[in-house]
Design a protein. Structure first.
Length: 192
């Protein structure tokens, strides 16, 4: 096999370069000094790291142990300034938590901020169905009533096409003509 590659000049050149690079690497490895380990420096570095970790842990522990003092000091300063004078429920129980209700604050937020349309779509549509007659009674024309009932029916049908995210949707659609007739019947003394 050696005889075949000797005849190919490019193969002989490549073999020469590889042999030369290997020989140079071996010479350099023999000439290189043995790596030394500075045990004293490593030990000092590790000792500093351990000391710093212990110091950080001690600071965290001290902060946790004295944080209540900081809070107490801030409260005393606020009382001295009168920041807590004339609060609306001072000395009175918090309204709405007489019974054990874990969600009292959520209910209070919903009432206070007058939030609506919270909850699954099936529940919202059921509540809207209950209020629909009163809403229709505020409308002035039969065309507006038709449009409101058609909009309600379209939302009910669209909700039926989607997977339920909560209780099942049991709200029925309404007959547009029948709702217009009922609207007219509830409007005594007005033009039909």
């Amino acid at each position: 096999m050696r005889g075949v590659s000797d005849r190919d000049p490019s193969a002989a050149t490549a073999r020469y370069r590889v042999d030369r690079d290997v020989a140079r690497d071996v010479r350099e490895a023999d000439d290189a000094p043995e790596p030394t380990v500075d045990v004293a420096a490593l030990s000092a570095r590790e000792e500093r790291r351990v000391r710093e970790a212990e110091r950080e842990q001690r600071l965290r522990r001290d902060r946790a142990a004295t944080q209540h003092l900081w809070v107490e000091r801030r409260l005393e300063e606020a009382f001295a300034r009168g920041d807590f004078d004339d609060l609306p429920l001072a000395g009175k129980p918090i309204p709405g938590i007489g019974a054990h209700d874990p969600d009292w604050w959520v209910r209070g937020l919903v009432e206070r901020e007058q939030l609506s349309d919270l909850g699954p779509e099936s529940v919202r549509l059921r509540a809207e169905d209950e209020r629909l007659d009163a809403r229709l009674d505020t409308l002035a024309t039969a065309a507006e009533v038709r449009e409101a009932v058609e909009d309600f029916n379209a939302r009910v049908l669209a909700a039926r096409c989607r997977p339920a995210a909560g209780p099942p949707l049991v709200t029925p659609t309404r007959e547009v003509a029948a709702e217009v007739d009922r609207w007219r019947a509830r409007r005594p003394g007005r033009a039909r």
